[in-house]
Design a protein around this ligand. Structure first.
Ligand SMILES: C[S@@+](CC[C@H](N)C(=O)[O-])C[C@H]1O[C@@H](n2cnc3c(N)ncnc32)[C@H](O)[C@@H]1O
Length: 160
C-alpha cells in the first residue's frame, strides 16, 4: 500500500517488518546513492534504516536515532541479522539530534515528527545536520483540521 517493493520487504527480518509503524514511504521521493551518509530520525525497529543501509552500501552509513533503547536494539538486531555493518544506532531525541553539524547527505523519517511536541526544534536540527544541498525525505501525518478537545482527551485515540 505504501509502495515498498514486496521482495524487498520479504527480505527483511520478520521482527523488523512486524514492528514497522511508519505512515508512508520516504523512498518514494527517490532512492539513496551509494556512499551517502543518512540519518533516520525515530528509526523504530529499523525498517527504513535497513533499506537505507542496503541502498548506500558498505561505503555509506546510516545513523539511526531513537529515544527508546528497546527500539534501537531491534534496529541493531536487524542489522546484525542481515550482516549490515554500516548502521550506527544512537539513542537521542529528534529535538536534540546526537549528530554533527553538516555531516549528513539525506535525512529520512517515517511517522515520527507528528509525535514530537517541539516540531520547530526538530526542523532546526535537520537543517543543522544536513550538508549544504542535502536532502530531506520524510513521511508523516499532517492534520488539516483542528482536533476536537474530546479526541485530544481520549487516550485510546493516541495509543496503539
Ligand atoms: C510511529 S514509530 C515509527 C518508527 C519507524 N520510523 C517506522 O517507520 O517503523 C515512532 C518512533 O519514533 C520514536 N520517537 C518518538 N518521538 C521521538 C523523539 N522526540 N525523539 C526520538 N525518537 C522519537 C519512537 O520511540 C518510535 O520508535
Amino acid at each position: 500500500m505504501l509502495g515498498y517493493d514486496e521482495p524487498l520487504v520479504d527480505s527483511l527480518p520478520r521482527g523488523t517488518v512486524d514492528s514497522f509503524a511508519g505512515t508512508g514511504n520516504p523512498f518514494s521521493f527517490g532512492d539513496l546513492r551509494p556512499g551517502e551518509t543518512v540519518l533516520d530520525i525515530g528509526c523504530g525497529a529499523g525498517f527504513d534504516t535497513l533499506i537505507a543501509s542496503r541502498q548506500v552500501g558498505p561505503s555509506g552509513r546510516v545513523i539511526a536515532v531513537d529515544m527508546t533503547p528497546a527500539m534501537l536494539e531491534k534496529t541493531a538486531a536487524g542489522a546484525r541479522e542481515l550482516g549490515l555493518a554500516n548502521v550506527d544506532c544512537r539513542q537521542g531525541l529528534a529535538e536534540e539530534l546526537p549528530v554533527d553539524d553538516e555531516s549528513v547527505d539525506v535525512v529520512i523519517s517515517n511517522g515520527v515528527i507528528n509525535l514530537c511536541p517541539d516540531k520547530v526544534a526538530v526542523m532546526k536540527g535537520v537543517l543543522r545536520v544536513l550538508k549544504p544541498g542535502g536532502r530531506f525525505q520524510i513521511a508523516d501525518i499532517i492534520v488539516h483540521k483542528e482536533v476536537p478537545q474530546g479526541a485530544k482527551d481520549d487516550i485510546d485515540l493516541w495509543s496503539g
